[in-house]
Design a protein around this ligand. Structure first.
Ligand code: NDP
Length: 449
């Protein structure tokens, strides 16, 4: 269809040529919604394709902060407020040296559809900075968060744009960001989620993405007459999403045997020692090498010693959960998983599988749960946090967990119905894109130009 070519041309003209990750995300969505667009010409009449790939606002700002040696440091900060047709912008903040406008545009674009799939009335955004929290003192983290918020607090608000966590931004950073907003505005507005409980955060928010990923996978498998019980699972990453996915895998009787970080991979055939993993990654904030030193049964493969992507995908498994970062599961890795007879791949990270990897999973009829659906538990519980803050009432951990299960199950059912409506078999990636696109596009049409 010519519309994809035209849209990609427009995207390339209006963005930097090096925005390759963003272009990858656009192409993936537009290609997969073809069967839907063929039957719905009204979206062309309203020029929705060109309009939906164009961010509403991109904010770029300078962050100046003082390190522990009293040297002034400078970083780049960004917020991409992509689309607010369904509600106020909502999306996380990432602090990592790899943050660029390209990465944030891709994440914000994905966030629009993910938020729409949850059925909640929120738009899509993403922000962050090329700041590396690793090796920084607590004081430095606080000063950086304060400087970040000072630089752009007047662009957000509880009805305008609500922030959240992501890579490098956990409860500690969210607490400092929120504290600075309150100092600057004298208001306790709910402008950020994933807050610590002491600041009005929701019970179950920190575990929501990882738990939601496993709930989604269980629902999908149940539909196929399968279960995770007793099955070997591989997980990449060892941050918030990965750790909570591993925790929930144990709860459902599965055997998670791997985790990874930016330096290397752990393969622990008897099952990952969760307490040790939490101690190393959450308390000591050190590398996974320390895990292998403590657990003699585990193998540690350094990233620099393994040239073909991530070693995680070498390990035979029933289910694979990429939970680290974008494009971490290549076509080559997908082929290894297929050769080892993987049955299901469920994405915890945002867009972790490359397009050739997804194509291979589709070709070999591997069940594939796309990030937009499978990791939407985090944003869903964030909205529960916002509603608790607004009504000054608080739900118990059990209530939140029950709601999260219900939301993940509904997301699966809605996507499956979309797949049935457009004869997509079990192509959940296309089903998710169509469902999200339809909700956003209809809201755009209803609002006029
Ligand atoms: P964290 O910062 O808590 O953890 C990220 C983990 O991934 C770290 O262990 C990090 O290693 C590791 N990592 C980073 N790059 C690589 C790499 N190239 N190879 C292997 N490991 C790597 O982030 P989150 O767990 O919060 O986020 C993970 C993913 O999930 C991201 O894609 C994020 O956008 C997505 N996501 C997160 C949500 C949330 O609620 N937190 C919600 C929805 C999506 P190291 O420790 O060495 O830095």
């Amino acid at each position: 269809m010519k519309y994809i070519e035209n849209a990609m041309k427009l995207a390339r003209q209006s963005n930097c040529q090096s925005d390759t990750t963003f272009f990858q995300a656009i192409e993936e969505v537009l290609t997969s919604i073809k069967p839907f667009l063929k039957k719905n010409p009204q979206y062309f009449e309203h020029n929705i394709i060109d309009r939906i790939i164009y961010p509403n606002r991109e904010i770029r700002f300078k962050i100046e902060w003082l390190d522990d040696n009293n040297h002034i440091q400078v970083n780049n900060g960004y917020r991409v407020q992509f689309n607010n047709a369904l509600g106020p912008y909502k999306g996380g903040v990432r602090f990592h040296p790899s943050v660029t406008p390209d990465i944030l545009k891709f994440l914000a674009f994905e966030q629009i559809f993910k938020n729409a799939i949850t059925g909640l009335h929120i738009g899509g955004a993403k922000g962050g900075a090329d700041f590396d929290p690793k090796g920084k003192s607590d004081q430095e983290i606080m000063k950086f968060c304060q400087a970040f918020m000072t630089a752009f607090y007047n662009s957000i608000g509880e009805d305008i744009d609500i922030l959240g966590g992501d890579i490098g931004v956990g409860e500690r950073e969210v607490g400092y960001l929120f504290g600075q907003y309150k100092t600057l505005t004298n208001s306790y507005d709910s402008i950020i989620t994933s807050k610590p409980i002491s600041l009005g955060g929701s019970k179950g928010r920190s575990s929501a993405t990882g738990y939601g990923l496993i709930y989604f996978t269980e629902t999908l498998l149940e539909d196929m007459g399968e279960t995770l019980k007793g099955k070997i699972c591989t997980i990449s990453g060892s941050g918030n999403v990965a750790i909570h996915a591993i925790e929930k895998l144990y709860d459902v009787g599965a055997i998670p045997v791997t985790c990874s970080d930016s330096k290397g991979t752990i393969h622990d055939p008897n099952g990952i020692d969760l307490a040790l993993l939490k101690e190393i990654k959450l308390k000591k904030r050190s590398s996974l090498e320390a895990y292998a030193e403590e657990r003699k049964a585990a193998t540690y493969v350094k990233r620099e010693d393994y040239q073909s992507g991530s070693y995680v995908w070498e390990v035979p498994c029933f289910a694979a959960f990429p939970c680290a970062t974008q494009n971490e599961l290549s076509g080559e890795s997908a082929q290894k998983l297929i050769d080892n007879d993987v049955k299901i791949v469920a994405e915890g990270a945002n867009m972790p599988t490359t397009p050739d990897g997804i194509d291979l999973f589709m070709k070999h009829k591997i069940l594939f749960a796309p990030a937009k659906a499978a990791n939407a538990g985090g944003v869903a519980v964030s909205v529960l946090e916002m509603s608790q803050n607004n009504s000054l009432s608080y739900m118990s951990a059990e209530e939140i967990d029950e709601k999260l299960r219900g939301i993940m199950s509904k997301i699966f059912k809605d996507i499956k119905k979309t797949c049935d409506d457009y004869c997509l078999d079990m192509d959940l990636a296309s089903g998710a894109n169509i469902l999200g696109f339809k909700r956003v596009a209809n809201a755009m049409i209803a609002q006029g130009v």
